[in-house]
Design a protein around this ligand. Structure first.
Ligand SMILES: Cc1cc2nc3c(=O)[nH]c(=O)nc-3n(C[C@H](O)[C@H](O)[C@H](O)COP(=O)(O)OP(=O)(O)OC[C@H]3O[C@@H](n4cnc5c(N)ncnc54)[C@H](O)[C@@H]3O)c2cc1C
Length: 482
């Protein structure tokens, strides 16, 4: 039977993918439960999408933030299908599925079968010029390295040095893994970022043994595992756009920064104060902003929660999209891109060969590249002005892939304090935040600061926070009736 109480109002703060996924879930699920809620999403900026941003220019499709997502976490693909975007999902070009690592200024292919830090093909490691003979021998000794016995948090650098050796860390794992989080491997918590590798060590006593076992299991099941990354034919922004279009009109209010939230009466409604001085009352509020922004919002009613949120560090990075005529680049671009180890002492973190990776990103005679600058390890480069950053990027592209002459265009998209760093102690910090959050009925916290930074993680975070709010409202409703 339909619930006849007036609808509860739920405010979602932040119009990135987490907030939009949450608002969409609140809307669809409450309708399915026949317990409608009135959802309003407040976004500070004039546009929705947060870290996702697609632009079209002169026949090019530019991604200023995320350009793809993994399929082995199902929440991204599932949501696209739910929104009718299933046919728009596109895979990477299967003929050029490989990446490079820079060594002494040259692009060398990542050894086949080397996934982040687990080597499944010893032959390809032995023949790869990326590691010295000494580095290769040390890596092969991994099978004899004992398991870690205590369960204290360990940094990515410590884990990899212990298991695979220093050279494998510096030359392969740091650029491949550190680049995802734009993070310093000495600070990054392996338990918070890549727990599957800890599990491999625990279960098999060795990453090499675990990788070979996995490979045999994959071959027995369905052949090799490919096609892990997908994008959308019209660009990643199609996803936030489809989410917003699926919401009733008037749900989303852009250019509406929230100043703070409070609950004057512990049994009464939440008060959401906007920067323009007005305020809105709501039964529940879901904060999906960056953790540092969330800290400012909750400081007034729970300074301890604010402190914990503020203790999640963030790195700033820029994506520089550069277009060239194909014949202005000497490198064959026979792969998806290159990562740059810190020890190479260059001024960029990675180059993605965007128009090689996905179709329709550039006109036929042209190339679109994405260059990553800044991050936790090169924070000072993020602070360069646009013209200095452009000069550095062009110099690096000249030296690394032989790009010559004027680019067709160069566009910089900055993400100040946009990437949370899951540093040592992250899991404890998140547990403390969850404990404090649970003491405030009708308050939810979601987003990329907590349980994963990737697009599928953010979708899951937003949707499960929405479900928790709906359960809490249903429970509160039951209590009110009883
Ligand atoms: C450069 C870059 C590249 C990436 N590439 C990939 C990739 O290829 N694949 C992948 O899976 N992931 C990638 N990610 C990660 C992924 O894109 C993000 O983690 C995800 O989009 C974050 O979504 P979110 O909604 O949690 O946060 P955000 O997108 O940061 O959204 C938070 C929103 O809150 C708003 N806000 C803040 N304060 C207030 C306030 N007071 N009032 C109202 N609104 C407020 C902000 O304006 C913002 O719109 C990348 C991230 C970055 C930064």
């Amino acid at each position: 039977m339909a619930d006849r109480r007036p609808p509860d109002r739920v405010i979602v703060i932040g119009g990135g993918l987490t907030g939009l996924s949450a608002a969409h879930r609140l809307f669809t699920r409450s309708a399915a439960l026949r317990r409608p809620v009135e959802v309003t999403l407040l976004e500070a900026k004039p546009r929705i999408g947060g870290a996702i941003w697609t632009a079209h220019r002169e026949g090019f499709m530019i991604e200023g933030g995320a350009d793809s997502f993994i399929t082995n976490k199902p929440w991204g693909v599932d949501l696209c299908r739910e929104l009718g975007l299933g046919d728009a999902l596109i895979g990477t070009d299967s003929t050029r599925r490989r990446s490079f690592v820079v060594r002494n200024g040259r692009l060398l292919p990542v050894p086949e079968g080397f996934v982040m830090m687990s080597p499944s093909r010893i032959g390809s490691i032995l023949t790869s010029p990326i590691l010295s003979l000494r580095g290769k021998l040390r890596l092969l000794l991994e099978r004899f390295v004992p398991r870690k016995t205590d369960d204290s948090d360990e940094s990515l650098a410590s884990f990899v040095k212990r298991r695979l050796g220093r050279e494998a860390l510096d030359r392969l794992v740091q650029p491949l893994v550190g680049g995802i989080y734009t993070a310093d491997p000495n600070d990054l918590s392996i338990a918070a970022t890549l727990p599957q590798f800890l599990a491999m060590e625990r279960e098999y006593g060795s990453l090499i043994r675990a990788a070979r076992h996995q490979k045999r299991a994959d071959q027995a099941a369905s052949g090799a595992r490919y096609g892990l990354f997908v994008s959308l034919a019209d660009g990643m922004e199609a996803l936030p756009k489809a989410l917003s279009e699926a919401l009733p009109s008037g749900t989303i209010r852009t250019e509406t920064p929230v100043r703070r939230i409070s609950r004057p009466d512990p049994l009464g409604p939440w008060r959401i104060e906007l920067l323009d001085g007005s305020s809105i009352e709501a039964s529940a509020v879901l904060i999906t902003t960056e953790a540092h922004a969330a800290a400012r919002l909750v400081d007034g009613f729970d300074p301890e929660l604010a402190l914990q949120l503020r203790s999640i560090p963030y790195a700033s990075s820029a994506i520089v999209s550069v277009a060239y005529r194909r014949n202005a680049i000497a490198h064959p671009l026979d792969g998806f891109g290159a990562v740059v180890p810190i020890i190479e002492k260059r001024s960029i973190l990675a180059i993605s060969f965007t128009s090689v990776k996905f179709p329709n990103r550039a006109p036929a005679d042209s190339v679109l590249l994405r260059v990553f600058v800044g991050g936790a390890t090169q924070a000072e480069l993020f602070d360069l002005d646009d013209s200095a950053m452009a000069t550095i990027v062009r110099r690096e592209l000249g030296e690394l892939i032989g790009a010559t002459g004027e680019p067709l265009f160069l566009e910089i998209r900055r993400h100040p304090r946009g990437m949370p760093q899951y540093n040592l102690g992250h899991l404890d910090r998140v547990a403390a935040i969850r404990r404090l959050e649970s003491q405030h009925e009708g308050l939810g916290l979601a987003g990329n600061a907590f349980d994963g930074v990737g697009i599928p993680d953010c979708i899951r975070s937003g949707r499960s926070a929405a479900d928790a709010i709906l359960s809490a409202l249903t429970e509160a409703g039951r209590r009110a009736v009883a």
